[in-house]
Ligand binder design. Structure first.
Ligand code: B12
Ligand code: SF4
Ligand code: SF4
Length: 310
């Protein structure tokens, strides 16, 4: 086990890359969590995200990803900004205003791991940010970085929920942090506000009802009517269950790094412009943005679905 001084040093290395909070979990099997996960899959709540059925063994045991794992370092990268949506038409969810975090955060994690490998040449470090079969929110809970809110997202008293989760699985034995209490209390604001009733119960989101799934992940040509009638102007992702959360409505720190700022100052999409783009125009403008995921076709579909409900 490394000393407390060394643990503080590791946290300092992560903070240099602008992670807002870093907590440590002890390596263990996620036995209860994987049972819940399997139950979630059995209800079909993964919609057509078939990849979620794969690598269940790794999701339960990160020791199959990093042999001899001893600790999981969990890092929060805050993407909160002071900007608000400029209108209610064709809104982009907050995490997608800037450049795609998949292009930036892995580079930060790589630099951190390189530095740690120099200090601890006999230890190994593997990093992930939405890039592997890892139950990231559950590691966030295990490390005491946050608690899982009723909207199913990881919440932190200081940061709210507008942060990305990253994990570093390591053979290094670091003193772990304590679990955090659940601060949702009797609040049910997220469940009450979800326009498609996708939050089935405490911490359980049914993707087949979630606007975020339909507008980002779904490949289908159109949406079921109970979705399109309740899109509430969301053209890419959905932040309703976060916008109403009291933990996002106090003085949450603002991210200072530029890549999270709205690209072209855009927090909503202009319908005419999107429809006038050629495929090449769309690619050129959104190649570095999360909006490339559903492609031009998917973004046009989302806007058409919003129009249907008017
Ligand atoms: C698949 C996925 C989605 C899916 C499914 C959402 C979901 N809630 O799982 C969709 C496309 C809908 C989605 C949407 C969003 N996502 Co997403 N997503 C993921 C991903 C890749 C996997 C999550 C996962 O494993 N879900 C499976 C379910 C089963 O897990 P769970 O929600 O934690 O559920 C537990 C409980 O339900 C529990 N349970 C407890 N009791 C019971 C009882 C019963 C009966 C059942 C069935 C289950 C159950 O079992 C589960 C496992 O323990 C993660 C990245 C990662 N690798 O972890 C990002 C991630 C969760 N997403 C993220 C974000 C930002 C979003 C959006 C906010 C984006 C947006 N603005 O549109 C929305 C939020 C929607 C919401 N309220 O969840 C962030 C969240 C950061 C945070 N602070 O928590 C993550 C962590 C990515 C990252 N690295 O930062 N996402
Ligand atoms: S992201 Fe939107 S649709 Fe999905 S659970 Fe939250 S409020 Fe409901
Ligand atoms: S809105 Fe309320 S219940 Fe939902 S996650 Fe936030 S504090 Fe928890």
């Amino acid at each position: 086990m490394i000393s407390l001084h060394e643990k503080v040093n590791i946290i300092g290395i992560c903070e240099k890359e602008n992670f807002s909070q870093i907590n440590i979990a002890k390596y263990e099997l996620l036995s209860n969590e994987i049972e819940n996960y399997k139950e979630w899959l059995s209800f079909g709540y993964n919609a057509d995200m078939e990849w979620m059925k794969k690598n269940l063994d790794k999701r339960e045991d990160v020791g199959l990803i990093q042999e001899n794992a001893k600790s999981v370092i969990v890092l929060a990268y805050n993407y909160n900004q002071s900007t608000i949506h400029e209108s209610n038409e064709n809104k982009i969810s907050r995490y997608a205003w800037g450049d795609d975090y998949h292009n930036y955060i892995p580079k930060k994690l790589k630099r951190i791991c390189k530095e740690l490998e120099i200090i601890y040449p006999n230890e190994e470090f593997k990093y992930y940010v939405d890039t592997g079969a890892i139950l990231e929110k559950q590691w966030g809970v295990k490390s005491g970085l946050g608690w899982q809110g009723k909207n199913s997202l990881l919440l932190n008293k200081k940061l709210g929920s507008y942060f990305f989760i990253s994990v570093i699985i390591t053979t290094l034995e670091v003193e772990h942090d304590d679990l955090l209490k659940d601060y949702c209390g009797k609040c049910t604001k997220c469940i009450d506000a979800c326009p498609t009733n996708a939050i089935i119960s405490d911490k359980v989101v049914d993707s087949t009802k979630c606007i975020s799934y339909w507008t980002i992940e779904s490949k289908s040509d159109s949406f079921p009517s109970d979705i399109s009638e309740n899109l509430e102007g969301w053209a890419f992702g959905c932040d309703i269950c976060q916008e109403v959360c009291p933990w996002n409505n106090h003085r949450v720190p603002i991210q200072i790094e530029d890549f999270v700022n709205p690209r072209y100052g855009e927090t909503v999409l202009d319908k005419e412009t999107v429809f006038n783009y050629t495929e090449d125009d769309f690619k050129e403008r959104y190649i570095k943005s999360p909006l490339k995921r559903p492609k031009h076709r998917g973004i046009k579909r989302n806007i058409i679905e919003i129009e249907k409900s008017k």
